[in-house]
Design a protein around this ligand. Structure first.
Ligand code: SF4
Length: 408
């Protein structure tokens, strides 16, 4: 039986996560400290420049998924009129809130999610995020601010950037009033600078998997992405990725493979199945298949950030995300990734409740196979709702796919 090789930096990751959530908890109880809730690819740098402590509900709900308790909460939100067909991040998070439960208690000794003074989203990822945050804005009776991004973009042009930049500047005016702090360009330049550094180091980490055999898997990435999501714009994420990058470089130098005797290199498109991360990773390990790259982990790469032009570069970086692009633009990206990482096969996760992160509905898997000659497998599952996931069927399909790659 092959074994997963633990990454030592995970110990430090636990400290980083505990410190992050405990600080948020203290901020929530401090009348002089403001807390902002932010979507995972929202304008974090702007919030940090106004000294908000920033909380990300998507990380919280991914914890519900990975601890396999999301299905306990989804029906509670459904009873409030939210469809079981919409984002299961949303339904499980709202359900847990209504039941006054949170996985933060067990993981970090934090009794409840922090109370927001403002909620900030960007529709660059989807529409559901707006409705999700609107629930909490009504519940806590606090302002809800949004960036409404242009969608399905082929190539980003100046008019896209201007449109989003103007919204960011208007948001900055509102945040000035809510925070009670004056806008200081220097502070924003600093948070954008730290975010860019985080992004560059996170890229370095992910790109160690270009090496054959890869020292890192997509499943490792799902765990180690936390600082890039919740702490970008802060020094702590930079420090963490320096540590992780160093460990992975050592693995590369010593020829340490994440998957012993790596035989197949796979790409994962779409979201993780949070509650089955371990099961999926162990099956690939057994089959000597390493999932070396993914669209998901790369979503927190923001190379277009530039501290010298903070507003316009944030507009460009956050509008240019994969999820926000046209089908043909996404296809070009996937073609490049298959070459860069020497991919033998692609897994497309068709997540039932997140059509935005699923690229299976408009013929993309077939077209990609024709364009790249790399075969693919579509897995029907979900990010948090395990009721739509069949373990046996998924295992059988993955096994058959690897046999296909082996030419059996
Ligand atoms: S992108 Fe998908 S998973 Fe994320 S909030 Fe939107 S619908 Fe939910």
């Amino acid at each position: 039986m092959s074994k997963r090789k633990p990454i030592h930096a995970v110990e430090e990751l636990r400290n980083v996560a505990t410190d992050y959530y405990q600080k948020l908890d203290r901020a929530s109880k401090d009348p002089f400290q403001k807390v902002a809730w932010c979507s995972s690819v929202g304008p974090a740098e702007l919030l940090l420049a106004f000294d908000f402590k920033v909380y990300y509900p998507e990380n919280h709900t991914a914890m519900l998924g990975s601890s396999r308790i999301a299905n306990k909460y989804i029906p509670v939100a459904v009873a409030q009129g939210y469809s079981p067909e919409i984002c299961s991040y949303l339904t499980s998070d709202i359900g847990a809130f209504l039941m006054k439960e949170t996985p933060l208690t067990k993981a970090y000794r934090v009794e409840e999610v922090p109370k927001p003074d403002v909620l900030v989203y960007n529709t660059n990822q989807c529409r559901d995020i707006q409705e999700w945050f609107a629930f909490y804005a009504r519940t806590f009776n606090v302002p809800l601010l949004g960036i409404h991004s242009p969608k399905n973009i082929e190539e980003i042009n100046q008019s896209h950037i201007n449109y989003v930049e103007e919204q960011l500047k208007q948001m900055s005016d509102s945040l000035e009033k809510i925070s009670g702090n004056d806008f200081e360009k220097k502070k924003l330049e600093e948070t954008v600078h730290l975010s860019l550094e985080t992004s560059n180091l996170w890229t370095e980490v992910l790109e160690t998997a270009i090496v054959v055999p890869s020292p890192f898997t997509f499943f490792d990435g799902c765990i180690h992405m936390l600082p890039a999501v919740v702490l970008r714009g802060e020094q702590i994420s930079v420090d963490y990725y320096r540590l992780l990058s160093q460990e992975l470089e050592e693995r590369v130098e010593n020829g340490v493979a994440a998957v012993e005797n790596e035989k197949y290199r796979l790409y994962w498109d779409g979201m993780p199945i949070w509650g089955k991360l371990r099961v999926n990773s162990e099956q690939f390990l057994e089959l000597r298949a390493c999932v070396v790259a993914s669209t998901y982990c790369n979503s927190w790469i923001f190379s277009d950030l530039n501290p010298q032009v903070p507003f316009s570069s944030m507009a460009k970086a956050y509008t240019g995300l994969f999820i926000n692009r046209s089908e043909s633009s996404k296809e070009k990206y996937l073609q490049e990734m298959t070459k860069k990482y020497q991919i033998d096969g692609i897994i497309f996760h068709n997540a039932r409740t997140c059509p935005y992160n699923s690229n299976t509905s408009y013929g993309m898997p077939k077209r990609i196979e024709e364009q790249t000659e790399v075969p693919n497998l579509v897995i029907d599952a979900d990010l948090n709702d395990l009721n739509v996931y069949s373990e046996e069927q998924t295992k059988t399909n993955i096994e058959a796919f690897i046999e296909q790659l082996a030419g059996i």
